[in-house]
Ligand binder design. Sequence first.
Ligand SMILES: Cc1cc2nc3c(=O)[nH]c(=O)nc-3n(C[C@H](O)[C@H](O)[C@H](O)COP(=O)(O)O)c2cc1C
Length: 153
Amino acid sequence: MKKKSVIVFASTHHNNTRKVVEAVAQECDIELVDATKTHTKDLSEYELIGFASGIFYTKFSEQVLKFARENLVANKKVFFIATAGNPIDINFRSIADIAKEKNCEEVGRFQCKGFDTYGPFKLVGGIQKGHPTEEELKAVVDFYKKIAAADKD
Ligand SMILES: Cc1cc2nc3c(=O)[nH]c(=O)nc-3n(C[C@H](O)[C@H](O)[C@H](O)COP(=O)(O)O)c2cc1C
């Protein structure tokens, strides 16, 4: 039977994360679920589950975290995608902690810059203007293709 994949995402600041997950969905066979609109979903039939978000005060969006706490099933393969003004590894901690509590196996994390006009950055016209770039969109597609291919084994 065909394996099913999904990315649960929220993109509320500048649609940066939406661009990234839509790039993956355009090229690959994967479902997208917007966690700002859908709050409950049975994830048990999915083999590979991604969570994607902008970063807010170093964490994934609360809507994605809540969705993961309430819907993520134990022992799944999971991956994480983030867009951030300051893309550092600690940005994954909030979602990774939830996945760990549910005994899920992390198979990859991808992060790129995202246009950011938060607070003081607004005064200077924002930071990371133009991100995600075409190269970053290509890179996320490659990232996903690699983990999907590894999952076929
Ligand atoms: C209220 C707020 C807080 C933010 N906090 C952080 C942060 O702690 N670290 C960071 O790297 N970026 C931070 N950002 C920037 C966003 O993570 C970045 O612009 C992201 O790409 C937004 O994704 P989206 O357009 O998909 O919502 C913040 C943005 C906002 C509006």
